[in-house]
Design a protein. Structure first.
Length: 292
């Protein structure tokens, strides 16, 4: 199978960690194997958490991991002047208008605390669906009514045909936030379609997001999104098998670089965390970390 474009799409809300390195290296390996180019797409629409030092860390990390970028920004200046999601607002607004016309969006004013009180897992259960709050009311988010969402079909790398329903954790997903900015699921779908991405590499923790985004693309009438191949990879775990976060200091790539670690050290650290240390040491081959 030959792909034309995959992407690396970090969020500049913290310093990148070993889990990000694994995902980036896997993306690079697949791009090389299939002759695909790599797009750098920085998801920077959350301006409250955006920091220039986090953007610079993305570039420093890609340089350190020796991952060349074929399409996208090469500096903070290029992000701000050309590649920021702010410059694609017209595309997002068009998609929101199209969604509104489907009658599938509803307004919700629930806070995170209220959602948590109703469901201890933090899953939103559609409690505003029948309240019929005006879509233009201030301080409300737009959600999609997924009660009648059909099974979605997609290809899991390399060629597994899968069919699944949107799970509870992403049911009634948000497409416009209370601040009236487009939400992650919408911007991600619009961007992937805009740039022509046909291979998406992401962690298994985003599997539910994939299903929501496939549903969203269907509502937008974008059949192209359903033809994208997805690879949902294993997650790198921290101490006590916890999920890595951008606040985890000793797994921060910036911290490791300052400690004098080299690229080969990062490869070995990842091999240890994946339980593949001996395989890696026997062959010194980065592909021993991957199972594709």
């Amino acid at each position: 199978m030959k792909y034309s474009l995959t992407r690396i799409a970090p969020t500049p809300s913290g310093f990148l960690h070993l889990g990000n390195a694994y995902s980036f290296l896997l993306t690079q390996a697949l791009a090389k194997k299939h002759g695909a180019k790599i797009l750098l797409r920085i998801d920077d629409l959350d301006r409250e958490r955006y920091r220039p030092e986090y953007v610079q860390d993305i570039f420093d990390t890609l340089d350190f991991l020796e991952i060349p970028i074929d399409l996208g920004p090469k500096s903070i200046h290029e992000v701000e002047t050309q590649w920021s999601q702010v410059h694609r607002m017209q595309l997002y607004e068009y998609a929101l208008t199209k969604l509104r016309s489907t009658g599938k969006v509803f307004s919700c004013d629930c806070s995170r605390n209220k959602i948590q009180q109703i469901d201890s897992r933090g899953y939103y259960l559609g409690q505003c669906l029948d309240r019929r709050i005006q879509l233009d009311k201030p301080d409300t988010a737009w959600r999609v009514n997924t009660l009648e969402a059909d099974f979605t079909q997609f290809t899991e790398y390399p060629s597994l045909q899968k069919t699944d329903l949107i799970p509870e954790e992403t049911a009634f997903y948000v497409v416009r936030k209370k601040d009236r900015l487009p939400a992650y699921h919408l911007t991600s779908v619009v961007d992937d379609l805009h740039f022509g991405v046909d291979l998406i590499v992401r962690g298994k923790d985003l599997y539910a997001s994939t299903l929501a985004q496939l549903d969203l693309a269907r509502l937008l009438g974008e059949e192209r999104f359903g033809k994208i191949t997805f690879l949902h990879h294993e997650l790198i775990k921290g101490p006590n098998q916890s999920k890595l976060s951008k606040s985890a200091g000793d797994t921060s790539l910036q911290f490791l670089r300052k400690e004098g670690k080299k690229l080969q050290d990062i490869h070995l650290l990842l091999a240890k965390m994946l339980g593949k240390e001996q395989e890696f040491l026997d062959h010194q081959d980065l592909n021993q970390l991957f199972s594709f």
